[in-house]
Design a protein around this ligand. Structure first.
Ligand SMILES: NC(=O)C1=CN([C@@H]2O[C@H](COP(=O)(O)OP(=O)(O)OC[C@H]3O[C@@H](n4cnc5c(N)ncnc54)[C@H](OP(=O)(O)O)[C@@H]3O)[C@@H](O)[C@H]2O)C=CC1
Ligand SMILES: O=CC(=O)O
Length: 332
């Protein structure tokens, strides 16, 4: 593909300097199909697109049928669950993503949800804002300690390990994790040796005060947190989801909050996003709900867009992109 100006469809807005880099070398259309006024431009550009860059849009196999010239997709995300992986592979379409540059920020967000859920920060901040702080609070508004509690982490890759560092080294929390393979701590995270243990899912759920999910959405993890999984958790435990909404059965989560094991939940991701107005999770008093902001800081979103732009330009120049997605990178 090198040397020729290719048709690039940008389906989520890019910072102006990065967009200019693409425009200098290729024919670029910017059209986000989630913005109603841009939908027609997206549909018009789609059949001729040779390269895509963007995020937060589900690309289906049927869409690929209507894009016969497509050769590369550069996702501005680390998760690749929005793409039909087998169909991309069968058609020889390269998929790039943005691992690493968002790891620390996402771990910060997940830890913030752990703090907010345990200490009831949003609920109590509203208590002040709404003028209900009329006398010293009593124990009906007390939270639960975070330091020293056992944290169970579902998924122990880049973000899981960054979360474990915060918990184990900063808050003296014993950490258990669930992943299909044990991580060689001596090699990959020596600072966590003696503080972190690999355990089967059931044991992680049963032994943890707080369970945080940071694994990819795959056929194997879809619905992982179902009624049986919540039932295995400790009475009064807290569940935090920084992964994808679809790893959770949301009806089972609500049941566990209202009649089961959970005292609170902190959720950055939902089965349907934006979260529907009618969802009980939106207003539940013991749910801290965020609008999928795991990586949403100025610095990190720029770094993600920059990596995605480099990936795309490298692929279009016939080079191996810096962050080409391979199956082993999310352990499908
Ligand atoms: N809320 C947000 O805004 C964000 C959410 N994310 C989500 O976090 C996910 C993880 O990102 P990152 O840490 O970079 O990914 P990594 O690929 O580094 O880590 C994934 C981890 O999940 C484990 N895993 C994969 N499949 C399974 C399975 N079937 N059962 C148990 N464990 C499994 C892997 O271990 P093993 O292969 O040994 O099982 C590995 O430990 C992303 O895919 C994305 O969905 C990421 C960024 C921001
Ligand atoms: O959810 C965000 C991602 O990068 O994946």
């Amino acid at each position: 593909m090198e040397g020729t100006r290719r048709r690039v469809l940008v389906f989520r807005e890019l910072p102006p300097d990065l967009l200019a880099q693409l425009q200098a070398q290729h024919e670029v259309t910017v059209a986000n199909p989630r913005v109603p006024e841009q939908r027609a431009a997206f549909d018009a550009a789609w059949p001729d697109a040779e390269a895509l860059i963007g995020a937060s849009v589900s690309i289906t196999e049927a869409m690929l049928d209507r894009a016969p010239r497509l050769r590369v997709i550069s996702s501005i995300s680390v998760g690749v669950d929005n793409y039909p992986l087998a169909a991309l592979r069968a058609r020889g379409i390269a998929l790039c993503h943005t691992p690493g540059v968002l790891t620390e920020t996402t771990a910060d967000t997940v830890f913030a949800l752990i703090m907010a859920s345990s200490r009831r920060l949003v609920e109590l901040a509203l208590h002040v804002r709404e003028g209900r702080w009329q006398r010293n609070i009593d124990e009906s508004l007390f939270g639960r300690d975070v330091h020293g509690k056992t944290l169970g982490i579902l998924g122990f890759g880049r973000i899981g390990q960054a979360l474990a560092r915060r918990a184990a080294l900063g808050f003296n929390m014993p950490v258990l994790y669930h992943a299909r393979r044990a991580v060689d701590l001596a090699r990959h995270a020596p600072e966590l040796q003696g503080r972190v243990a690999h355990r089967p899912l059931d044991e992680v759920l049963a032994a943890s005060d707080i369970v945080a999910a940071v694994l990819p959405l795959t056929p194997a993890t879809r619905g992982l947190m179902d009624a049986a999984a919540f039932a295995r958790m400790k009475p009064g435990a807290i569940f935090v989801n920084g992964a994808r909404g679809a790893i959770v059965d949301e009806a089972a989560l609500l049941q566990a909050l209202d009649h089961g094991t959970l005292s609170a939940a902190g959720l950055d991701v939902f089965a349907t996003e934006p979260l529907p107005q009618a969802s009980p999770l939106r207003t539940h008093p013991r749910v801290t709900a965020l609008p999928h902001i795991g990586s949403a800081t100025h610095e990190t979103r720029y770094a993600m867009a920059a990596l995605a732009t480099r990936n795309l330009l490298q692929a279009l120049a016939g080079e191996t992109p810096e962050a080409l997605y391979t199956e082993s990178s999310v352990g499908l």
